[in-house]
Design a protein around this ligand. Structure first.
Ligand code: PGA
Length: 231
């Protein structure tokens, strides 16, 4: 089974520190990861070209995949400030995080907004990583077209575990992963919430991978997380 390691930088870094991250990540990675591991990094939109370019000229990172942290629910058009799937064409974006709890909380995103984002992604050949917490798994799934449900990856992220250092107990995550698989029709399910090099292995055993926030900002700790799945 394929494993996914996703690093979400959120609104951190600038072009120079993004470039430095790529160089440090290259140094910290022992060897290129196997084909059954997908290593994905999600910088903010303006940093995508920097990460794309510098990883493309770094042989060990040739398989590093790019992800956006959000995408417009609308197609290209007169929507000032929105970043559409068309805007990121040619930037090597293979994945998009949609419905992160920070988007729901600070930008009032609804299940329907998230469902529209899922549709835009799938039409553009971008795999959506749909974030849910256990209270709205079914509500979120109900808003997404049934044709698209199993084209998603789902990230289970409990609000109290994000950025707090209080990672969710593995047994509970295991239970929720099974529930999501039923509702979303056998998708890959990731766990996110205070994942660190020291706890990542526990989650990899019961899920398809991890969504990492804080611990992805330092190239060295993200490399340790990647190494945990590759060795
Ligand atoms: P964290 O963030 O790893 O810093 O808890 C996870 C996330 O928000 O995706």
């Amino acid at each position: 089974m394929k494993k996914f390691i996703v690093g979400n930088w959120k609104s951190n870094k600038h072009p120079q520190s993004a470039q430095q991250w790529v160089q440090e990540f290259d140094q910290a990675i022992i060897k290129p990861w196997d084909a059954d591991v997908e290593v994905i990094v999600a910088p903010s939109f303006p940093l995508l070209p920097t990460v794309q370019w510098h990883s493309s000229i770094t042989p060990k990172l040739a398989n590093l995949k790019l992800c956006v942290q959000d995408i417009s629910p609308l197609a290209a058009g007169s929507y000032t400030g929105a970043v559409s799937v068309e805007n990121v064409q040619g930037l090597g974006v293979a994945y998009a995080i949609v419905g992160h709890s920070e988007r729901r909380r600070y930008f009032q995103e609804t299940h329907q907004d998230v469902a529209n984002k899922v549709a835009r992604c799938i039409e553009a050949d971008i795999t959506p990583i749909v974030c849910v917490d256990d209270e709205y798994i079914a509500g979120q799934a109900a808003a997404i077209s049934s044709d698209y449900l199993n084209k998603c990856i789902v990230a289970y992220e409990e609000l109290g575990a994000i950025g707090t250092g209080h990672n969710e107990p593995v047994e509970h995550v295991k239970e929720i992963v099974q529930r999501i698989k039923v509702v979303f029709n056998e998708v890959d399910v990731l766990y996110g919430g205070s994942v660190k090099p020291a706890n990542v292995k526990n989650y990899l055993e019961i899920s398809s991978g991890v969504l990492v926030g804080g611990a992805s900002l330092q190239a060295k700790s993200f490399a340790e997380i990647v190494t945990a799945v590759t060795v």
